[in-house]
Design a binder for this molecule. Structure first.
Ligand code: ADP
Ligand code: MG
Length: 254
């Protein structure tokens, strides 16, 4: 396929002080693709997707999203795009977090309309109409006026997904979206994510739900020690891993 990827990451490094976490990550995500990131805890998965939407600033390397360079190297100098470009890109690839990260003092509806109004400058009435439609889609039409505390974990995560969709994203980043949920609530969130994939949304999903990854992923990337050690279609990654670290990881979680 000759079409440029929607998201392209090249030679990405990230250090926190003396701790070198990402050690040259290369990743391409095509439009409509569902990419899963798997790997041991501490391997750098969260740091990678936080760098992709600039919740963390990379230390060096290149990220291009939807044709726009967000950071790149020029000689030995690391350039970041202007803040407004980063903010726009962040709004087009929102993140859904393990712990929901909702505004606890705002209602469900207010949580969903905040980004469209503040970041996208959309008229309030339009943002509300959109939010109500999205809340209906995720099965929360009757919860608009509730506060996050009054919801189950699964419902909170649906609000977070509606909030991401309200930004009219080109890509959604999920960081272990079901890890904080009670077991009986996991399937509902996985169904919601599957529905997004079925509609052609581009997804990057960090998850330990291996059966889910196997069914939904177009490609699985195994990340350990700050690098992508192996990538491939799910059947190959799970049934015929090449890298011994990956085989060990798969054995440890099955
Ligand atoms: P994963 O999501 O794969 O479990 P993380 O990206 O969260 O891994 O973490 C990778 C490494 O980076 C860990 O050693 C972690 O302690 C470290 N790390 C992550 N965020 C920070 C931070 N804000 N400050 C310092 N160290 C961090
Ligand atoms: Mg993580």
């Amino acid at each position: 396929m000759s079409e440029a990827p929607l998201l392209s990451v090249r030679g990405l490094h990230k250090s926190f002080g003396a701790l070198h976490v990402l050690k040259g990550v290369d990743l391409a995500v095509r439009s409509g693709e569902v990419a899963f990131l798997i790997g041991p805890s501490g391997g750098g998965k969260s740091t990678l997707i936080r760098c992709i939407n600039f919740l963390e600033t990379p230390s060096s390397g290149e990220i291009t999203f939807d044709g726009r360079p967000l950071c790149h190297e020029d000689g030995r100098i690391f350039h970041l795009a202007p803040e407004r470009v980063l903010r726009a890109a962040r709004s087009e690839m929102p993140m859904v977090f393990q712990h929901f990260n909702l505004f606890s003092h705002r209602t469900v509806l207010e949580n969903v309309i905040e980004g469209p109004i503040m970041v996208k400058r959309r008229p309030r009435a339009e943002a509300i109409a959109d939010a109500e439609r999205l809340l209906r889609e995720v099965g929360l039409h009757d919860k608009s006026d509730f506060y996050p505390d009054q919801l189950s974990g699964g419902q909170k995560q649906r609000v977070a997904i509606a909030r991401a969709l309200a930004m009219r994203p080109k890509l959604i980043l999920f960081d272990e979206p079901t890890s904080a949920l009670d077991p009986e609530l996991v399937a509902g969130i996985l169904d919601t994510i599957r529905a997004l994939a079925d509609r052609g949304m581009t997804l990057v999903v960090v998850s330990h739900e291996m059966a889910f990854a196997r069914k939904l992923a177009d490609v699985v990337h195994f990340i350990a020690d700050g690098t992508i050690m192996e990538s491939g279609p799910p059947d190959r990654i799970f049934d015929n891993p090449q890298n011994p670290r990956l085989s060990g990881f798969i054995r440890s979680i099955l």
